[in-house]
Design a protein around this ligand. Structure first.
Ligand code: PGA
Length: 899
């Protein structure tokens, strides 16, 4: 695609990788799609770039889009989607996504300059826990095969950077890249089959296997160097896939078992490879090196009496470890390892036992002056991996909606003859009853009783969790999240269910109860966030809970970005989350427990997306005490962890931000904090009123939304195993937050990222105070930076092209008029508060990236509108539906964080 790019869009040439990859893509289109398609694509592309550079409004006839046949439309859409994919790749290579100073070494230097020394950092790390938790939230539109091809291109580009002209196999590098792009071109981008939970488990496993397993130990090795000490394994990974059944009836006990078994198989396979490689490496002979007794004992216990290794005790010890690991593999997964052991061994009872043997080997080396072999090298990394991943790989969270728990507990109580109508009880009576039940170990369920399908399934999954604890160790499942938590009884109900599987047990001799899995409330509406401190305080006030929490030392609370945004709009949600975090801190201090916040955020700003580095640092002081968990989901997973390099960068960013948020002193004075909070309350209240009025208080808004955006068509995309709505209803309240945000992005309105803020900013009188806050307060800075990105990616001119899709044009005009005014107010208010003349003036790299990208999205939007019109008019050519889905896919790819 280069020739026109050079004539018409010099800006494109600023990134040589985009130019290079774009040219190869053009060659591929010409070679595989034909000269005509190439010429058409080129024409549309250059016309779009021209128009984006000066001409407002969009006209199909300018671009030749209206001349495309249906087949050409599909090909064209695919071409533009691939261009966006390659442009993303090029941008990532240029480090557009990497943030300066977002690494542990820089954080240490910054802390040092503020008088916070290494010891304070090490003290913090001694009780820290940082966990990215991967979920299957359906916002990744690309198939894994497409992402894999893209990553292979990235690898080849690395060779090019190193000045190579050939691959390791002697292939010409340019030709190899061309071939990969040709493969992309000929790979079907849309999934035809429904996605099952097992597919989601396998998809995420690839990230664990290819990125997290090798990257975490490597990061620790790096951090040990910069810290000058070995911290405990504070960075771990989590997963929801196979445990999160909120609104997903396809996640049941067998899926939980499958997820854990596959995780165990991957972790053990990784350890087996590591031990095997060490066996090859550690060839020290007793004739040349002194070997301590502990290693000789381990070697003798291995049963390896091969003559050739008689004088090589390290190798013999490792053969024994290998044999025991191979036996562990069989006992935990039922499958033989790829490279079976020649020796027989007892399975390891726990990861700690495996670690113990590896440490014996490491200490043997260290004691004889071979420490370098032990600590910095492969053995050190293997020990770290075992500490971090155990036999379970990623901690699997359970999640279910509080309403389901209520029903299940009610049925259990009824069938057991304890309480005929639990649901009719008030909160006090519920708490009293649940506490009585939690004071004994007698389960409510009986295998001789018959239960509803729902109750049977929920009981089966907690029993599967209990079994998993016995098999893989207690680290395999430690968190149980309660969606839509609103009361203390919501928390107690989960403890009751856990008791059914022995995961809550009454303590002996006055000891506190033992809760093997922590019940965690997810507060996700504006009202629930406000009530969170009161609920937690009442929960901690129960003596048995106080005992559990004290013994554990910490308690987690999850806060939901998406649903609070859908409920109250962008700034009210962001402020509500901040205030809840701040108000919870003294409640935890009083209970003597460290607070661990779990941030449920997605990729789009309307779902808490944006820079994690900035977001973590913008948390209220005292709310991050070295402990944080964050969801990572959908398209974010490939973007942040798709290759080892980006995984390293992103995990560095999360970790360094956590250190800074925990240890940096407050950036603003107490007086400012109070003034700013008062101003935020005012802003939040007026934004809330404007947002609620539009979304929930306007007649016909639901129809407007459902007709303007491709929401109905999105529900048909095969991108996740769970259904799009919680209930069979078209109410916005019942729609899941993901399709809500996703569909607004497609129509380029992106309303959840800004609506209401403009009215609030306009109505706020003290503009000097606003400017002060926007400049000096990390909370507002980060909130406005995210909104700015959304405003820059939205385009109401293009959105207006979707208006004919709304049946009632009067309604369309009046609602769209309000949206337009709101956008303008948000735009003007933001510029005024941040002192800029245009959006992204102070963020040139993002500005360039977006400016280069926009012209390529516009034709996709215009085609989408045409196809939607034809589809909704009843045309049933299957290519129309395919075209719509392709356009959704392509726009999401081009916008990057739209899901
Ligand atoms: P949930 O997630 O609907 O699964 O609670 C919401 C989101 O992440 O957008």
């Amino acid at each position: 695609m280069e020739s026109h790019a050079q004539q018409t869009a010099p800006a494109i040439t600023q990134n040589p990788d985009i130019r290079y990859l774009g040219r190869l893509l053009g060659d591929v289109i010409r070679a595989y799609g034909g000269e005509k398609l190439y010429q058409q694509t080129e024409y549309i592309r250059s016309a779009s770039v021209d128009r984006a550079r000066g001409v407002q409004g969009a006209d199909l006839t300018d671009t030749g889009l209206d001349a495309l046949s249906l087949d050409d439309t599909l090909n064209f859409t695919r071409g533009f989607m691939l261009f966006s994919m390659l442009a993303n790749l090029a941008e990532d290579r240029q480090g557009v996504a990497a943030e300066p100073g977002a690494d542990v070494a820089s954080a240490l230097a910054r802390l040092e300059s503020q008088g916070v020394g290494r010891d304070a950092v090490l003290d913090l790390l001694a009780h820290s826990l940082i966990v990215p938790v991967l979920t299957a939230h359906p916002t990744e539109v690309r198939r894994k095969s497409m992402i894999d091809h893209k990553n292979r291109i990235a690898d080849l580009m690395h060779l090019k950077d190193a000045g190579r002209t050939e691959t390791a196999d002697g292939e010409n590098l340019d030709e190899a890249i061309f071939r990969q792009i040709a493969l992309l071109w000929q790979t079907r981008p849309l999934r035809r089959e429904k996605l099952f939970v097992a597919d989601e488990i396998e998809n995420v496993l690839a990230y664990f296997r290819d990125s997290f397993l090798p990257v975490l130990p490597a990061l620790y090795a790096r951090w040990e160097r910069v810290l000058g000490a070995r911290p405990q394994s504070f960075l771990r990974v989590g997963s929801w896939i196979g445990g999160d059944r909120d609104g997903n009836p396809f996640v049941q006990a067998p899926q939980l078992q499958y997820a854990l078994k596959r995780g165990a198989a991957a972790a053990i396979a990784y350890y087996l490879d590591g031990v095997h490689a060490l066996g090859a490496e550690l060839s020290l002979s007793t004739e040349l090196a002194h070997v301590p007794q502990a290693v000789l004992d381990l070697a003798d216990a291995s049963g390896d009496d091969a003559l050739s290794r008689k004088d090589e005790p390290y190798r013999r010890a490792l053969s024994g470890i290998y044999a025991r690991l191979a036996a562990t593999c069989v006992s935990l997964t039922g499958g033989q390892p790829a490279r079976p052991s020649a020796l027989k061994g007892e399975p390891y009872a726990s990861p700690a036992d495996l670690r113990h043997d590896l440490v014996v080997v490491a200490q043997g080396l260290a004691s004889e002056g071979n420490g370098a072999l032990a600590s910095g090298g492969a053995l050190g990394r293997l020990i770290r991996a075992v500490e971090t991943f155990g036999f379970h790989l990623a901690t699997l969270d359970m999640r279910q909606n509080s309403a389901v728990h209520e029903r299940v507990v009610a049925e259990l109580l009824k069938v057991a003859g304890v309480e005929a109508d639990y649901l009719a009880l008030d909160e006090y009576a519920r708490i009293a009853l649940l506490r009585r039940e939690l004071a004994n170990n007698r389960p409510l369920g009986s295998r001789f009783s018959a239960y509803s399908e729902e109750t049977a399934s929920e009981l089966a999954i907690v029993h599967a969790a209990g079994e998993a604890h016995r098999l893989y160790g207690p680290q395999c499942i430690t968190h149980y999240i309660i969606s839509m938590a609103q009361s203390v009884s919501d928390l107690l109900e989960v403890n009751i269910l856990l008791k059914e599987a022995g995961l809550w047990r009454v303590g002996d001799n006055g000891d506190p109860p033992h809760a093997a899995i922590m019940a965690i409330p997810l507060f996700e509406t504006i009202g629930d966030l406000e009530a969170a401190p009161k609920i937690m305080s009442a929960y901690f006030g129960l003596p048995e809970i106080a005992g559990v929490v004290k013994a554990r030392g910490h308690q987690e609370v999850m806060i939901g970005y998406s649903d609070s945004n859908k409920d109250g709009g962008y700034i009210t949600s962001t402020w509500g989350l901040y205030k809840a975090s701040k108000a919870l801190e003294p409640v935890f201090a009083e209970a003597g427990a460290a607070m661990q916040l779990f941030h449920g955020r997605g990729g789009a700003v309307g779902r808490g997306g944006g820079s994690a580095f900035a977001a973590i640092q913008a948390q209220p002081k005292g709310s991050v005490q070295g402990r944080i968990r964050i969801t990572e989901q959908g398209e974010v997973i490939a973007a942040k962890f798709g290759t080892r390099d980006v995984a390293m960068t992103n995990l560095e960013a999360t970790t360094s931000a956590t250190l800074l948020a925990s240890l940096e002193p407050e950036g603003i004075s107490e007086r400012d904090a109070t003034r700013f909070a008062g101003a935020m309350d005012e802003l939040s209240n007026s934004a809330f009123a404007a947002y609620r009025d539009l979304v929930y208080g306007t007649d016909g808004f639901r129809d407007f939304f459902r007709q303007l955006t491709p929401i109905q068509e999105i529900a048909g995309l095969k991108i996740g195993s769970r259904p799009a709505s919680r209930k069979k209803s078209s109410r916005i309240e019942d729609l899941r937050a993901i399709p809500w945000v996703f569909s607004w992005a497609q129509a380029r309105v992106m309303l959840p990222g800004w609506y209401g803020v403009g009215q609030a900013l306009a109505g706020f009188e003290d503009k000097a105070l606003l400017a002060d806050m926007a400049q000096h307060w990390s909370f507002l800075k980060s909130a406005l930076a995210n909104m700015e990105m959304v405003l820059a990616k939205s385009d109401l001119g293009i959105a207006a092209r979707y208006l004919p899709l709304v049946e009632d044009q009067g309604l369309a005009d009046s609602i769209f008029g309000r949206i337009r005014e709101g956008w303008q107010a948000a735009h003007d208010g933001l510029l005024q508060a941040t002192g800029q003349g245009r959006l992204l003036e102070k963020n040139p790299s993002l500005e360039t990236s977006i400016r280069l990208r926009l012209p390529y999205i516009e034709p996709l939007n215009l085609l989408q509108v045409e196809l939607l019109k034809r589809h909704r008019a009843g045309e049933d050519d299957p290519r129309i539906k395919e075209g719509i889905e392709l356009s959704i896919n392509a726009i999401a790819t081009a916008l990057r964080n739209s899901g």
